[in-house]
Ligand binder design. Structure first.
Ligand code: ASP
Length: 457
């Protein structure tokens, strides 16, 4: 049995929804279908989720009338799609559901915004189920909260609770025919709607695949493959046909946006393969994400990714290596300030912490620097803003020698100065911090060095 998930671009309009339903119906194994909210389409410049967020902000800051104006654009978008699909009968239900949201309590803005955001996927699922039914198939819309998708109460950033897997498996087993499940949200233990982070329908699909023990989790999007480098940077990006969970995790961490990074965990834990496919080209086999890749024939490097907007804080103290607890005290200052860090490369007398820029406004940064000097007695603290990280990813790196040498030489030939190098102990990735303006040149140089002339199998 397959769990398949369709992203927003595949549900943007009636034409796309018809394509999606053809894909579902072409394989009887496709029993559980997770849908996103309608995304950007040929005639629709905005994702429904973004429109809902705008409507929620209008309700919170400007009042009901302004919000009703924004909501009308959303209800008419659903109504147009329903009309073109020949399922006008569902429009009334969707319109009533959306309008009722504007009557809800706004005293907790986080809860209110999540409730609004969830309506995008919820009504998308009602639409797809109605269309499949109109074609004569048994298809059931299910409500995630009522089927056991129980989440933590971190609104906008919720996590699935362990008990959900069993509850979902039990309730979905009782439903015949095609199950149409809205992505992106569930309910908290106290019954409130909560959403995953953006792109979270991928997470819903992964949770369902794990809960029901699917043979494969098919994730339909709008590209044929995951490519080994950002396709905007080169004319001939190589398709990745097979990649491991660990490689994919590293690639998604550093800017590969095809698959939500948190959506790997549920399937990784139980070893269910993920197949990234193109809803606009369903005959293309797509990229398989699996536990192991046969390394003998595969290249050492699977892909090169990059991400910008990092800050490095360099701390130097003579004889730091002999001072017991120095690292712990440094990191506990960050903990105290509520800041998470990304990397901590160390030297003998120095330690650097790499942090996302968004977490550090100037006031927080100044306070941290002062604390490092006063509380740790650091001899020197230096801050560098505007860094990018380039990540070379490949399980095969641990089997070969010379990857670091080849990478640094490629970067030096391209005139890219490396501010920091870090190789995770797992040897799945090697990370280079460079100045933002050197990011693309660095990625291209590394891509040419490792993948430019190889074909990936
Ligand atoms: N609709 C949500 C978003 O735009 C979730 C998703 O599509 O996966 O982030």
């Amino acid at each position: 049995m397959k769990v398949c998930k369709f992203g927003g671009s595949s549900l943007a309009d009636a034409g796309q929804i018809k394509k999606v339903c053809n894909i579902i119906l072409s394989d009887p194994e496709r029993r559980i279908v997770v849908v996103s909210a309608p995304g950007k389409g040929v005639n629709d410049p905005q994702k429904v989720t973004d429109m809902l967020i705008t409507t929620a902000s209008a309700a919170l800051s400007m009042g009901r009338e302004e919000a009703q104006f924004c909501m009308r654009k959303i209800t008419s978008r659903y109504a147009n799609i329903a009309h073109e699909l020949g399922v006008d009968s569902v429009t009334e239900r969707i319109t009533a559901d959306l309008n009722a949201l504007l009557e809800c309590d706004t005293s907790n803005p986080h809860k209110f915004v999540d409730m609004m955001k969830a309506a995008g996927e919820d009504n998308s699922a009602k639409l797809v189920a109605a269309y499949l039914t109109s074609l004569g198939h048994k298809a059931t819309y299910v409500n995630p909260g009522r089927c056991g998708m129980i989440l933590s109460d971190e609104y906008g950033n919720a996590k699935v609770l362990d008990k959900s897997f069993k509850l979902l498996a039990e309730s979905l087993a009782e439903i015949d025919g095609i199950i149409v499940f809205p992505g992106f949200f569930g309910r908290t233990e106290s019954g409130e709607i909560a959403t995953f982070p953006r792109g979270g329908s991928d997470i819903t699909g992964a949770i369902l695949a794990a809960a029901v023990g699917a043979d494969v989790y098919e994730n339909f999007t709008d590209v044929d493959y995951v490519y080994s480098v950002n396709p905007k940077l080169t004319d001939d990006p190589h398709p990745i046909k097979v990649v491991t969970y660990r490689e994919m995790r590293e690639l998604s961490y550093a800017g590969f946006n095809v698959y939500q990074e948190e959506a790997l965990l549920p399937v990784f834990k139980v070893g269910i393969p993920v197949n990234i496919r193109n809803a606009n080209n369903p005959s293309c086999p797509g990229t398989m994400i699996v536990a192991d890749r046969k390394d003998s024939a595969a290249p050492r490097v699977a892909g090169i990714a990059s991400d910008s907007d990092f800050t490095s804080i360099y701390v130097n103290k003579y004889l730091m290596n002999r001072e017991i607890g120095f690292g712990r005290r440094l990191l506990s200052i960050l903990e105290d300030e509520g800041i998470s860090y990304e990397h901590t490369p160390t030297g003998i007398d120095d330690m650097t912490v790499i942090i996302r820029d968004t977490l550090l406004d100037d006031t927080v940064l100044e306070r941290i620097v002062a604390r490092l000097k006063n509380e740790l007695g650091a001899d020197d603290v230096q801050v560098e803003r505007g860094l990018s990280l380039i990540v070379v990813v490949g399980e095969g790196m641990k089997h070969g020698v010379g990857v670091a040498a080849a990478a640094t030489s490629a970067l030096s030939k391209a005139g890219v100065n490396i501010s920091m190098i870090s190789q995770g102990s797992s040897e799945v990735s090697m990370i280079f911090a460079v100045k933002r303006e050197h990011e693309n040149a660095g990625v291209k140089a590394l891509y040419d060095a490792f993948l430019g002339k190889q074909l990936l199998e």
